[in-house]
Design a protein around this ligand. Structure first.
Ligand SMILES: Cc1cc2nc3c(=O)[nH]c(=O)nc-3n(C[C@H](O)[C@H](O)[C@H](O)COP(=O)(O)OP(=O)(O)OC[C@H]3O[C@@H](n4cnc5c(N)ncnc54)[C@H](O)[C@@H]3O)c2cc1C
Length: 552
């Protein structure tokens, strides 16, 4: 259990202890490495300086995709590897990686003609080994407009229908970490690796960690240390060796959220912006999010900044492809900003930079990994742990075995049946039948089911308890969810709850303020906060809320 209530005790218990592997960074890359290594029998500790996934891994386009666009740059290897990986990620976390129908409109004067789109998608089907039912289908203009009336514009020539998968990046990260923890890894949020520790031969032998909650410091030793800190990889490498060269190129991508009533789409759209870039519009619940931009970035990493022009770029792009929507700045409910840790390539513009991953070796033994995609996290983890496997074999003549994550279901995805979307929906329907007498709507229940998968049972049991204890139906479910998140997902702040564990700040923004006091009160009760701490928490959260929603 990744429990907030046991965190402090667990952290104290590992002070001065030795691990096989220390992972620095609790984004999807670090989470994947922790899981892979733990499953190969290694004793693993992971430290994350903010909340889990608070870096780039909660700020992506939230697609498990092969990167159709990378075909343009002839990155066949990336498309092949990551495209094939989609199916594995989807089958191992079927509650949070859901098939998504995408429409690729073909526009007069656009960079993608009918012929090129057809060939590119055919190649994509082949490289990504797309299953027959999900292979691309070319559409004429009438067929596109029947599916998406908003796309009806004089410049529309036709389109293509194909499939990707949509996910919740922060939840994919936490489900990976929960599985690693279940298998024996120790993972801590709000713990910053401040320094590396070295032996007499200048080889890395551990880390000095600061607990951001208590202010205490710990030393933890590890035979191997991996730097999986995303955009902070260069900074960490400099801590290890001030002469380390810059390896990363950081670019910024923003997404805007508008109500579905203003942009009523029923498919995701992947469209040409006209400046050699492509943008997604993705409907989810009652909103549609649009993104992303891709521009150089050199400002604050912890709270990435953006400008009105970034928002306007996406509004203009959307209005070009769906003029009838007539979106304006006032329609934007919230914004999120992510920073890409791309591998530096001399003289290349942001959108030309490869999305491949790379491992950097340091003389101290520190391994660093950056680049890549959320979708390819399992393969990146395998690459890193394969190197550690070789080092262990050489140093200790011990064989830790091969990667097994291909067949390991993430937390919440451990259903008894093999992947079938129909069965998953049936399972959710049956669960709903069990709880509907508590007055929860199907929509509310499904929202929770597709957040927690098989672990919905924990919430159901707890919701019954609160309900029988005379809480209202709505409050029973809010408390049950918080109880689960605190006990199983180490939620320590109000932002952890509204931003990363539930995504409410973007997907259900209107539900936040009416529930804020109840959430703060229950967190105070269960986490033992003082009134002062609770008020500080609310203030901190409102700052985050304002950054996401009040930008004009
Ligand atoms: C706008 C945008 C859209 C994207 N869309 C997609 C998409 O749709 N699909 C896809 O597959 N990929 C997508 N990506 C790429 C994907 O999001 C990233 O490749 C991935 O999230 C990177 O994960 P990471 O774990 O390497 O980095 P991060 O998630 O940033 O994790 C690194 C962590 O290290 C922590 N850290 C740093 N320093 C320390 C320290 N000293 N001690 C402890 N912890 C530390 C940070 O707090 C951070 O949480 C997108 C990226 C962006 C920016």
């Amino acid at each position: 259990m990744l429990s907030a209530l046991k965190r402090s005790e667990e952290l104290t218990s590992i002070n001065n202890k030795n691990f096989d592997l220390i992972v620095v960074g609790g984004g999807i890359t670090g989470a994947g490495i922790a899981l892979d290594a733990t499953l190969r029998g290694l004793k693993v500790a992971l430290f994350e300086k903010q909340d889990f996934a608070q870096g780039t891994s909660s700020r992506s386009t939230k697609l498990v995709h092969g990167g159709l666009r990378y075909l343009e740059h002839l990155e066949f290897g990336v498309v092949r590897a990551v495209g094939r990986e989609r199916k594995i990620v989807h089958e191992n976390a079927m509650h949070i990686v859901i098939p998504e129908k995408m429409i690729l409109p073909i526009i007069d004067g656009g960079s993608l003609g009918e012929f090129t789109s057809n060939i590119a998608l055919k190649l994509y089907d082949f490289l990504a080994d797309v299953k027959k039912l999900e292979q691309r289908k070319m559409l004429n203009k009438k067929e596109v407009v029947e599916k998406e009336p908003l796309l009806d514009a004089p410049s529309l020539k036709g389109g293509a229908l194909y499939y990707e998968y949509k996910t919740d990046d922060a939840r994919l990260t936490i489900e990976t970490l929960k599985k690693a923890e279940e298998k024996g890894a120790k993972a801590f949020n709000y713990t910053e690796v401040e320094e590396f520790l070295y032996d007499e031969n200048s080889k890395i032998k551990g880390v000095k960690v600061a607990d951001k909650i208590s202010g205490e410091q710990f030393s933890v030793f590890g035979n191997y240390v991996v730097n999986a800190t995303g955009i902070w990889v260069d900074k960490m490498r400099k801590k290890d060796n001030p002469n380390s060269p810059k390896q990363l190129h950081i670019t910024k991508g923003i997404h805007i959220v508008v109500p579905k009533s203003k942009l009523p789409l029923s498919h995701s759209i992947y469209f040409d912006v006209g400046d050699k870039r492509m943008v997604f519009a993705i409907p989810r619940f009652d909103i549609v999010y649009i993104g992303t931009t891709d521009t150089n970035y050199d400002k604050n990493y912890e709270t990435p900044e953006f400008g009105k022009q970034d928002v306007q770029y996406l509004i203009d792009a959307m209005n070009r492809i769906a003029p009838k929507a007539n979106l304006t700045m006032q329609d934007v409910e919230s914004v999120w900003v992510g920073l890409r840790p791309l591998i530096h390539q001399e003289g290349k513009a942001p959108s030309e930079l490869s999305r491949k991953d790379e491992i950097f070796y340091s003389d101290s033994g520190l391994l660093s990994i950056a680049g890549g995609k959320l979708t390819g996290y399992r393969l990146m983890a395998k690459k890193v742990v394969d190197i550690i496997q070789k080092r262990i074999k050489k140093a200790e003549n011990r064989d830790i075995g091969q990667c097994v994550t291909k067949n390991v279901k993430l937390a919440g995805g451990e259903f008894e049946f093999d992947y079938s979307f129909v069965k998953l929906v049936e399972y959710a329907d049956n669960k709903y039948d069990e709880v509907k007498q508590m007055g929860i709507s199907v929509a509310e229940f499904k929202k929770l089911f597709y957040r927690y998968g098989k672990n919905i049972d924990h919430l159901i049991n707890k919701a019954y308890e609160f309900y029988n204890d005379k809480n209202s139906n709505k409050l029973s479910w809010i408390k049950a969810e918080l109880w689960y998140l605190i006990n199983y997902e180490c939620v320590l702040t109000i932002s952890d709850y509204f931003v990363r564990r539930t995504g409410m700040i973007h997907f259900f923004v209107n539900e936040i303020l009416p529930n804020l006091n109840d959430v703060a009160d229950y967190m105070q009760e269960i986490l033992g906060w003082s009134d002062e701490h609770k008020n500080q928490q609310k203030e901190d959260f409102l700052k985050t809320y304002k950054q996401a929603t009040e930008f004009v």
